[in-house]
Design a protein around this ligand. Structure first.
Ligand SMILES: C[S@@+](CC[C@H](N)C(=O)[O-])C[C@H]1O[C@@H](n2cnc3c(N)ncnc32)[C@H](O)[C@@H]1O
Length: 301
């Protein structure tokens, strides 16, 4: 016989208080459709804290001692679904058009630094995908545009003098740890082709480990997208399938912050079900073969 656990009553007023607190903390907005999920997670956290009222739980979360519990709650509310090579048409656009444009402009200015930010990186598949695509694109670009420098042997992933930094950030510490570990099971590797596995992964028991050279290109760090101070000077920002959890007001604020976090002419990539339509006039849309991206418009500050 299964055990029936008694649910503590959550009043409308308590739900409102907690919803507002979560929104202020991380921007996540739980509308009617997702309130069942929120209520379920709140019940679980209340039980874990051994409290008997949601108002008491709210008081804990807003107290100085409650900071850790607030992080635990947010962690429990995040949806971390992700995969390698997610949204292929958009990644083709990134590799064939966007990178080509950025590399060309940078080479003209003799600026060899490329900065990419995966904002809301979950367990790392997105930033590692970006790293793989950029390494391949740079190798191909280098073939066609050789520079008068000797490339040391064995050839590094990033041909000098180019430098690549990929920042992978999230609000979930558990996801960041998994990304940093860089170990993926067979199912998670489904979309990774055989030649890519050979080049960038090695077998570790029944899993695949990201090779050190690729791993070194990706820096995992905590950043809450709700805060004002976010990493600047990026050439490309990938923020895919994150804004769907925010309301329109928060999405607008975030897009405005991203504009400032991009270098002139930089690109923003959002998820397949997301769009900047009606939220900003500071980006122009690029659409090619079913892939969409947004480029920062200059002089729009
Ligand atoms: C559905 S996953 C998307 C992962 C990846 N970008 C992709 O498209 O495959 C959403 C991620 O956004 C993160 N997230 C949600 N709110 C956030 C916030 N305020 N700041 C930073 N990350 C956030 C979650 O922790 C989660 O890992």
């Amino acid at each position: 016989m299964g055990t029936i656990t008694a649910q503590i009553e959550l009043t409308e007023a308590e739900l409102k208080l907690l919803q507002t607190l979560i929104y202020q903390e991380c921007g996540m907005f739980f509308d009617e459709r997702r309130s069942h999920f929120l209520k379920d997670r709140l019940q679980r956290r209340l039980k874990a804290c051994q409290l008997d009222s949601f108002y008491g739980y709210y008081r804990l979360l807003t107290s100085r001692e409650g900071k850790q519990e607030l992080s635990a709650l947010v962690e429990n509310l995040t949806v971390n679904e992700t995969s390698f090579f997610r949204n292929k048409p958009q990644l083709d656009l990134l590799q064939k058009t966007i990178l080509e444009d950025i590399l060309h402009r940078k080479q003209e200015r003799r600026d060899w630094n490329l900065r990419v930010w995966s904002a809301g990186c979950s367990t790392g598949q997105e930033p590692y995908t970006a790293a793989i695509l950029i390494c391949d694109a740079l190798a191909y670009y280098y073939l066609r545009n050789p520079l008068p420098f000797d490339v040391p042997s064995p050839k590094p992933l990033i041909p000098p003098p180019w430098k690549l930094e990929i920042l992978a950030s999230d609000i979930s510490y558990a996801s960041l740890r998994a990304g940093q570990e860089g170990l993926y099971g067979e199912t998670q590797m489904e979309a990774v082709e055989y030649t890519t596995r050979l080049r960038y992964f090695e077998k570790a028991a029944d899993r695949y480990a990201v090779k050190r050279a690729l791993k070194e290109l990706v820096q995992f760090d905590f950043h809450n997208l709700k805060t004002e101070f976010l990493p600047r000077r990026n050439d490309i920002i990938l923020c895919r399938n994150v804004m769907i959890y925010f309301d329109a007001a928060e999405q607008k604020r975030l897009i405005e912050k991203f504009w400032h976090c991009l270098n002139p002419g930089g690109y923003l990539l959002v998820g397949h079900a997301e769009s900047l339509f009606g939220l900003t006039t500071k980006f122009r849309m690029i659409h090619q073969n079913n892939g969409t991206a947004y480029q920062r418009i200059e002089g729009a500050s």
